[in-house]
Design a binder for this molecule. Structure first.
Ligand SMILES: [Zn+2]
Ligand SMILES: [Zn+2]
Length: 188
């Protein structure tokens, strides 16, 4: 059988791949990375997220530490979604911190931890996408609202309550009349 690489091959030109070749492997060495990248698909939750292809702004620094590279910084970009109460569109700005450690291949950390615990460099490359997804998804509300006190929809007609006149109600059969009409029915 041909040798199967442990990781799919990373493309150094991919916008979410960081190249560390120019970062000295000496603890304390720093490299700033600032780039705008198109958002990958499905970056978010069901009701809110970053539209695919929207511009994400990455302001990162890569820092050499003894066993690998620490990437930290912020990710900003546009958010669009739907209010979980009134279903009206929401637009907002994403601004989340990101911090992830990537161990050098064959370092002690690499040999002694699971891959889902600690990230890994792949050669000189870092795949930023999983950490980016985690940072973005964890920052989002599963049930976003257009504003904290959004009253939602009228359960009868589905109109947003704050667009309805005060005292909006729907005709409801008075329970006493309902009881009377039942008596009438049984007399017939
Ligand atoms: Zn709302
Ligand atoms: Zn109504």
């Amino acid at each position: 059988m041909p040798h199967q690489p442990q990781h799919p091959h990373l493309d150094p030109r991919s916008p979410l791949v960081l190249e560390t070749r120019d970062l000295p492997r000496r603890p304390g060495a720093l490299h700033a990375v600032r780039r705008s990248v198109p958002a990958p698909e499905d970056l978010g939750l069901e009701l809110i997220g970053v539209p695919q292809g929207a511009e994400l702004d990455l302001q990162l620094r890569m820092e050499s530490v003894s066993e690998g590279v620490l990437v930290s910084g912020t990710v900003t970009g546009p958010l669009v979604g739907e209010c979980g109460r009134c279903l009206r569109p929401i637009s907002d700005t994403l601004d989340v911190p990101i911090q992830e450690f990537y161990a050098y291949e064959h370092s002690t950390t690499d040999e002694t931890t699971d891959e889902d615990e600690v990230g890994r460099l792949q050669g000189d490359l870092i795949d930023l996408e999983p950490a980016l997804r985690d940072a973005v998804v964890l920052s989002l509300a599963a049930n976003p609202v257009c504003r904290e006190d959004c009253p939602g929809l009228c359960p009868e007609c589905g109109t947003p309550i704050d667009e309805l006149p005060e005292g909006h109600t729907h005709e409801q059969l008075d329970p006493r009349w309902a009881a009377l009409s039942q008596i009438k029915t049984s007399e017939e």
